[in-house]
Structures are given as C-alpha cells and as structure tokens.
Design a binder for this molecule. Sequence first.
Ligand code: MLT
Length: 312
Amino acid sequence: GTGGSDDGDAGNYPDDNITFIVPFSAGGPTDTVTRMIAEPMAKELGVKIVVQNKEGAGGTVGAGEVARAKPDGYTVLMHHIGMSTAPALYKNLPYKPLEDFETIGLVTEVPMTIVARKDFAPATLPDLVTYVKANAGKVTLANAGIGAASHLCGLLFQHAAGVKLQEVPYQGTGPALTDLVGGQVDFMCDQTTNTTGQITAGKVKAYAVTTPERVKSLPDLKTTAELGMPQLQVSVWHGLYAPKGTPKAIVEKLSNALKKALANQAVIDQMAKLGTAPVPADDATPQAHRAYLEEQLTTWAKIIADAGVKAT
Ligand code: MLT
C-alpha cells in the first residue's frame, strides 16, 4: 500500500521534535537540500526539526537506521537516487526500498557536474576522456561510497569512456569537495547543490553538466550531450521517507508540510541559486513518490547491469 498504515487522524502529532536523518556528511549536497526544507517544514508543523547526519556506505547506513526506527513520524529520512540504485549494488542491503518505508513525497531533482582540481591537466570533457585513458593507473576519482550519486555518475563516466579508474570513497561529497579544492584528488561527479559555489569562485575546474539542458546558474557550462557524451545523464532526485507502518495521517501531515515548504519563495530562490528547483506540488505526495521510486528501481537495475557492474 501507499501512504502509511491505519486510518484515522494524526492525533496530537507532532508534539515533539522530529529528527531528519541525512545519510551523508554534514555540509554536503543532501544535507544542504534537507536544511533548506527543514526550517519551513518545522514552522508549518509547529515543532523543531533536528537534522542528523548518519553517514556511511554510500547512504545505506542511515537509510537502514530509519528502516528500523519506530514508525511514529518522529524519524524521517531524506534520501536521493541512491534509494533506487543500492539494491543493484549491494548483495546484502539492510533494507528493502519498497517494503521498509512509507514514501512521503519527492523534493527536488539536482543536476550533476563533472569537476576537477583546479590544476588538473585536461581542459575539456573530451580532453578528460583522453587523459584518463592514458593515465588510468594514476588518476583518482572521488565519490561518496557505493550507492552515492557521485559513485553512480562516476560509473557512467567510466563506462562511457571505457576506462577503470582508482576510486577514492568519502562519507559524503562535502569532504570530497574539500579535498578536490585542496588538490588531494583529481576529479569527481557531484551535485550542483555542492559544486556551484566552488565552480563560480574558480576553486575547481568544471567540465560539464549531466542534464539534457544547461543550468541557468552555470550558463556557460556545457552539457555532456553537447560535449559528445550523451550516455552520461543523471539527475539526483530526492525524497522523504518514514519507516514502514507510520500511520497514514502522519505521512499525509508530513507531505502537506513538505508541499508548503516547496512553495516557499525563499526555498525556491535558494534552490535556483544552486541549479535546482522544487518538484511540482503533485510530486510531493506519497503516491507520486512511490510510483517514481518503482520506476527508478527498474531503470537503474537495468543500466547498472548493462554497465557490467556487479553487486558487492
Ligand atoms: C552527499 O550528500 O554527500 C551526496 O549526496 C553524496 C552523493 O550521493 O554523491
């Protein structure tokens, strides 16, 4: 079923702080989107929302924790596209996306960028492909662990380029980007919610954006399709989840608060600056979110299998 168990109303919910679990490091892209909506949602619900980072294993540690949390509406997960890719990447995932969660609503879809340390030799995306093929043994590709969006985008890049690189896993792309700026790793794929500031400030080199159209906030950055790599397309959709069995009326209350937050002009403006936008109101619902999750699980299982990637 969709949208929680039980009929009836939400009772006094909420009458205590709500915890939003972010399954990646503080200061990174998932954290950024979560904090943008947490405040207006808290205002709407009349309680505090505490954002907690439970990073590890490409987002699967935090997701597993919420799957096992009490289904009372006080523990909520913000996750992204990784919810739909992890089953194809892990043999022993500690949760089942469609069985262990109630979907609350979709939040946003974030473009990705391919970025490198400032002094990395290749100048363009085609140069990057040539360079990594010639230097496969020594080039380092950062990501936020197996199951992260950066990991998925890195897989697609390597598959499109026909190369296998040395991957450097972090617990989130927040710390990975810090190392990229510091020159400790060579390049990565990461969300515009994390990279826009550093690209604009000239602290990293940007090669391409992974969406069909360019993003308004980085108007000069070409798309992967424009640069001859149309196979490399990925948008990082986000959604809110409650543990399976959370009462339907509580899930609805959270979904309605999410809808209000996404209509907030300050949220729309903050997102636009970072290359993204809230989903349409109809998608911030348990039903639309569940339908999209189902479709994405099928889509990514096939793409990951076609890329020859085996679950670990
Ligand atoms: C993060 O918040 O660190 C990211 O979403 C990591 C990723 O999935 O690449």
